[in-house]
Design a protein around this ligand. Sequence first.
Ligand code: PMP
Length: 405
Amino acid sequence: MLPTESLLADFPILDQSIHGRRLVYLDNAATTQKPRTVLQASRHYYETLNANIHRGTHQLARMATEAFENSRQTVAAHLNAASADEVIFTSGTTGGINLVANILALSGRIGSGDEVLVSTLEHHSNIVPWQMLCQRTGATLKVIPCLDDGTLDQDAFHTLLGGRVKILALTWISNAFGTVNPVVEMTQAAHAAGALVLIDAAQAIAHLPIDVRGLGADFLAFSGHKVYAPTGIGVLWGRASLLNDLPPWQGGGEMIREVTFDHTTYNDLPFKYEAGTPNIEGAITLAAALDYVNGIGIDAIHAHENELIRSAAVALAGIAGIRLFGPAGRAGSLSYAIEGLHHYDIGTMLDHMGVAVRTGHHCCQPLMARFGMTGTVRASFALYNTLQDVETFATATQKAVAMLR
Ligand code: PMP
């Protein structure tokens, strides 16, 4: 297990009471808390570096530009990208997926009669942009079904690949159930069928090592706030050979080479996809967050969280009428429902006992519908959670159930 006592000291927000109890924060799949080094990086940026980047001739602008571009290098190294030019700063996972859906639609690579393949496990962010693309292009959205254990039906996936699939858009880790999809194998199969692959790494970024070259996909999107950085910053990684061929989407400053009223020529990667002033402080603090994670080690974090999730599953198993969702090898999140009780009531009672969990559909309404649910109670874990947190959460759940029954 990780040395959580010293790690907890890195997160000032966790040192507080909620409703008179020590805060047990188990809503990390929604957003993570920020360590002091990230808070300090933000403050340092505004106290010493703040200037608009790339176009300035003055020293402060040069320093801000250097810090911003160094952050791109940090992200590229973290993802094992072939080049920092493949790292596009976005507003988050949603921003990255919408960018890809829009440039594919604009490029004409997806048209009438073609198919876009998603899975039942997807977050709305990896469904709705593709539905919008289908409406625009005349393509059809196809869905990989989910088995009762919360894993994807691989036989059905291979059958679906026999159609006219142009892109597979797949989550690596389900935010609702914690299911870890076999993304390498599924990417290989999709490529063999002639499809592109986008991986939604919104959850994976905080729990697993990511090596985009080893993974073999074409695009990968994540959000900074899921990995101890602030909201409003994210990354789209895309294969340079592909992005060079695809059209720009949003027009504005920085994405251009030359503008006249008759004609505009576009900048090279990554600037071609970064129109307007970016979230400079966000990129710098994202790099600080990745440095923090790498200082602990993502494998050690993963092992620690796995131990917490396994213990939570065992501790909850004895509760009468409980249903745990997802397979045994979950990462990040653990979802449950209790027969006859509403998830919202359980969540409210847990909150009164100082335990922050999320209840509802987790932006996965089609997945909830597949399991005949309107929502679940979800506990999601981070590097600062402890076995004591798991115990408090399980005991609070038992108490809530006893009171509500
Ligand atoms: N995909 C998954 C799997 C997620 O968990 C989330 C956030 N809950 C998103 C996409 C969307 O991320 P964001 O709201 O940060 O863009």
